[in-house]
Design a protein around this ligand. Structure first.
Ligand SMILES: [Zn+2]
Length: 186
């Protein structure tokens, strides 16, 4: 599968349209839940995995590297994905590799969105509440909150979340590859 992916040049990776990707994502809901149940036998983890798969398929998928429907679904926050689009070659393994792409998106998301959060917190504290603060203090606060959340949570939940996001990305890339192979043959 990875080989098939690498064999396709970016230009030959024609996409199925967003509607097809959305349908595949919805079809995968029961399978993701069942797969997670088999894996972890924990309803909470299965729910989180399924929700993560939906999130990944609809908003957090490989096509965030394009001016796509998942990108537009972020509303005004979509601008925070602009540097990601600029940095990553369209449909490269960095965005469309199911594991690598998912890891890169998670790291990017945590960094950029906590930087954004720090900016909002800093501005509201200083200009609305008239308190003293620095941007880096707010950023560090967010980082330590996230770390605390990580340390105090059951790690299986994160594994389930990652598994779900990976499944969503895998389904997307598999559909892209199947689509382009089909078009090549017929
Ligand atoms: Zn794609």
């Amino acid at each position: 599968m990875v080989l098939a992916f690498l064999a396709l040049s970016p230009s030959s990776l024609e996409m199925p349209n967003a509607k097809t990707h959305d349908s595949i994502t919805f079809i995968m809901v029961p399978f993701t839940y069942a797969g997670a149940e088999m894996m972890w036998a924990d309803h909470t983890v299965s729910l989180i995995a399924t929700a993560s798969m939906l999130f990944s398929g609809l908003m957090f998928g490989p096509d965030l590297d394009l001016n796509s429907k998942p990108y537009k679904r972020w509303g005004p926050l979509k601008l925070l994905w602009k540097p990601y689009q600029a940095a990553l070659p369209h449909r490269s393994v960095l965005s469309h590799g199911p594991v690598l792409g998912t890891i890169i998106r998670i790291v990017y998301f945590l960094l950029v969105f906590s930087a954004f959060g720090a900016t909002i917190l800093y501005l509201s504290r200083v200009y609305i509440h008239g308190q003293q603060s620095t941007w880096s203090a707010e950023f560090n606060l967010i980082q330590s909150d996230m770390l605390m959340f990580w340390n105090n949570s059951d790690q299986t939940l994160f594994l389930g979340a990652f598994g779900g996001m990976w499944a969503g990305a895998l389904a997307h890339t598999a559909a892209d590859i199947t689509w382009s192979a089909w078009k090549k043959i017929f």
